[in-house]
Design a protein around this ligand. Structure first.
Ligand code: GLN
Length: 192
């Protein structure tokens, strides 16, 4: 099995993903050009600023190749801003930001407002096993609508959806690359 995993490296927390992938024995490949997508078997879209990542991706001709990559069945995992880019719909009413529109979900950006800019929570994530997952949320989005093909992997205590999977596509509102818990990255590598 090829372990060359792309990490979209336009803006945001891509280094942390690369480090964690390397620790797991995968070969992380920073992706900045469409041709680089042909060299990887899976892709992580990191957290950061989704409007910025989307705009740079548009300018560098990456939106259509990224969309095709996901549609071809190869795994993509979006964390936080990456999750927003994966969504078909963004609910915050802002100007139309570039999206890949790969997952049948609607997300709300900065859903926790200014008072709760960032927080951490112990999540139950059954696909990762019994131990709770320590999740770091930073100006995080929430998933407010989930399509029929989408499986919910984790919710907050109030039922808010924060991790989903749709076949080869994975999205988390939080940042597993900022913790030592490697289980989400291992889970993604198993999809590849
Ligand atoms: N608030 C950011 C956005 O809307 C996401 C924050 C993050 O990725 N940590 O793009």
């Amino acid at each position: 099995m090829s372990r060359r995993i792309g990490v979209l490296a336009l803006q945001g927390a891509f280094i942390e993903h690369q480090q964690l992938l390397a620790r797991l024995g995968a070969e992380p490949v920073p992706v900045r050009m469409p041709a680089q997508l042909e060299q990887v078997t899976g892709l992580i879209i990191p957290g950061g600023e989704s409007t910025t990542i989307g705009q740079i991706a548009g300018r560098w001709g990456l939106l259509e190749p990224l969309h095709a990559f996901g549609r071809s069945g190869r795994p993509i995992w979006g964390t936080c801003a990456g999750m927003i880019l994966m969504a078909q719909e963004v609910l915050d009413g802002k100007a139309n930001q570039p999206l890949l529109g790969l997952m049948d979900v609607a997300v709300r950006r900065n859903a926790f407002g200014r008072q709760v800019d960032s927080f951490e929570a112990e999540l139950e994530v059954p696909v990762l096993g019994a131990a709770p997952f320590h999740a770091v949320f930073i100006r995080a989005p929430l998933i407010e609508r989930v399509g029929q093909e989408v499986t919910v992997l984790a919710t907050l205590q109030d039922g808010s959806v924060v991790a989903v999977q749709q076949g080869n596509l994975l999205a988390t509102a939080f940042h597993p690359e900022l913790t030592d818990d490697e289980r989400f990255h291992r889970y993604f590598l198993r999809l590849v």
